[in-house]
Design a protein around this ligand. Structure first.
Ligand SMILES: [Zn+2]
Length: 301
């Protein structure tokens, strides 16, 4: 099951107060496939949405929609008769002859917490929205067929304090948002609490992973620096050994040289610990300085 379908299933099962139940059904009708005198219909791939659409219309208006399943596995819902369509349209304050469909705000009860605006958004999302799995990317969108309806929905989204952008894609108007925080806000605002927690956790996990990655990169950068330094020292020692034998060096230097040749990839710290007696990092470093001096002298001879 896709993340979208999980969210829709959760939203379809939400229990709304009476005012919001109406606002949500209104959202589903208005942003469904068609809401006019000649046709009131919805086409959806989600069973939970199809059933919720039918139940809401029946509960509120007493009209029973007709649901069929297409060969492609989609659910097609129609209100069969003209008389029934008029009943549904009138219930939401429409005649069905409107030239351009707008959101009739009288279907939303004014309240302090914007409950009905959120319910309308939820209804719209159920029938024309989708959200990508936050593990893959952050993306939520509403695909609206009519320009003015799109503007009205944008206004509601704006009033709810949510961020959105608008583009035209083919024949539709798409309202979308692509940042993590917004996707989280939309899901929370619509009331999918379970999905909201999931997105929040995913985001927290991503943050932690990023932090770990940054640290690993930093550590491996440090490590490659020390390997690089080790290899340079090996080259230096080999250069010296072309002119002086190991046995001819002082003991402190010959021991360091042979240990470095055996362990080209360890840090100065670790190299110091292998010496007998143990040496500090800076003491090891001083001895390499000495070796560099010797190499320079040998070169100039
Ligand atoms: Zn309400």
């Amino acid at each position: 099951m896709s993340f979208s379908s999980d969210v829709k299933k959760e939203l379809s099962q939400n229990i709304s107060s009476a005012c919001c139940y109406k606002a949500e059904a209104f959202g589903m009708l208005l942003f469904g496939r068609s809401f006019s005198l000649s046709e009131i219909s919805l086409m959806t791939e989600f069973q939970s949405v199809a059933e919720h659409y039918c139940t809401s219309i029946r509960d509120l208006t007493g009209v029973t929609p007709n649901m069929t399943c297409t060969n492609a596995g989609n659910y097609k819902i129609l209100i069969p008769t003209r008389a029934e369509r008029i009943k549904v349209l009138e219930y939401f304050g429409y005649t069905g002859k409107e030239l351009s469909l707008r959101i009739n705000l009288s279907n939303l009860e004014q309240s302090n917490n914007d409950c009905c605006s959120r319910a309308l958004l939820r209804g719209a999302f159920l029938v024309c929205g989708s959200v990508t799995d936050p593990n893959k990317e952050y993306h939520i969108e509403f695909n609206v067929q009519k320009a003015k309806l799109c503007s009205d929905l944008m206004q509601i989204i704006d009033d709810l304090g949510l961020k959105a952008k608008k583009i035209i894609r083919g024949n539709s108007y798409v309202i979308y948002s692509k940042d993590a925080e917004s996707v989280e806000d939309y899901i929370g605002t619509m009331g999918a609490n379970h999905a909201f927690m999931e997105v929040m956790q995913t985001r927290a996990m991503k943050d932690i992973k990023n932090q770990i990655n940054r640290r690993t990169n930093f550590e491996s950068a440090n490590m490659s620096r020390s390997i690089e330094a080790g290899l340079k020292q090996v080259a230096l020692i080999e250069e010296i050994l072309q002119k002086i034998k190991l046995d001819d060096m002082t003991t402190d230097l010959s021991e360091l040289c042979s240990l470095r040749l055996e362990n080209p990839d360890i840090s100065l710290d670790e190299l110091g610990k292998l010496m007998n007696p143990e040496l500090s990092r800076s003491a090891v470093s001083r001895r390499f300085k000495k070796l560099e001096k010797i190499a320079a002298e040998l070169k100039s001879k």
